[in-house]
Design a protein. Sequence first.
Length: 308
Amino acid sequence: MDYQTILPWAIFGLITVMLWALFQMFSSSTNRAVERLEELRTPGKQDLTDNSATAVTVLEKAAPALSKAFEPKSELEQNALKVRLANAGFNNPAAPQMLIAAKVGLGILCTLIGAALGLINWGFNMQGLMAVTITGSIGLFGPNIWLWIVSSSRMNRIFLGLPDALDLLVVCVEAGLGLDAGMRRVAEELEDSHPDVCFEFGMCNMQLQMGKPRKEVLHDLGVRSGVDDMKALGAILIQADKFGSSIAGALRIQSDTMRVKRRQLAEERAQKTSVQMIFPLVLFIFPGVFVVLVGPAAIMMINNLLTD
């Protein structure tokens, strides 16, 4: 057997041994007393299954080591990364490290896979190098693309669900409830239909109960959600609380504005439909109609020319 046949199997064995060594390194057994104290400190982990808990523990232990060299150095970059993760719904303090660790780990894994595939199919040439580059880029930038998709989808859901939440909040405030109690009531009632909006309101209630100033809580609400209308809502509530104006009136105006904006967005999309339908009509429907209408006449003309 030549080296071209042995080399892929050697690389596969090396990758397997490295992954097994990393797993054994970060999943070492701990004392039951330490595990019990950890469960009491974070009760939410008790709901995880054994396999998922092991995977999360391994990732949390490996994240600092993998992300240390690639972490943002300046405070501005760190805050920007935290805001991006918060827009996607990841508010865990360890989320930035886990994202960077996922990028590094996937980049290394995809690079090794691309190297193995490149050596098997093309060997040491330009095509093999392109395979390594492409797979490594997919592994390195894949988490960023996934994070952008998740954050965009979540921001769109918050934008569409916020008018309904504001209408219910207006009803609660006009019925005599305070802003905090109204947000808690909205979070309980709309949990099934608009879970993202209810999560943000629930986070605000938790921060207010912990003693954080309402101005900072409402400001963080807009920044954490990433939706401009939520930022405007936070600014309006801050001004109403500062100048002592009616919160119910401010909420009603904001709700009406958002509902008009959502209706205008729907009308804009409806107007774009006629233009967007041109391309499938020209590419798929018009050729069929052209064949049906012109085809018989073309066949008759060909037959007449052949007989003449």
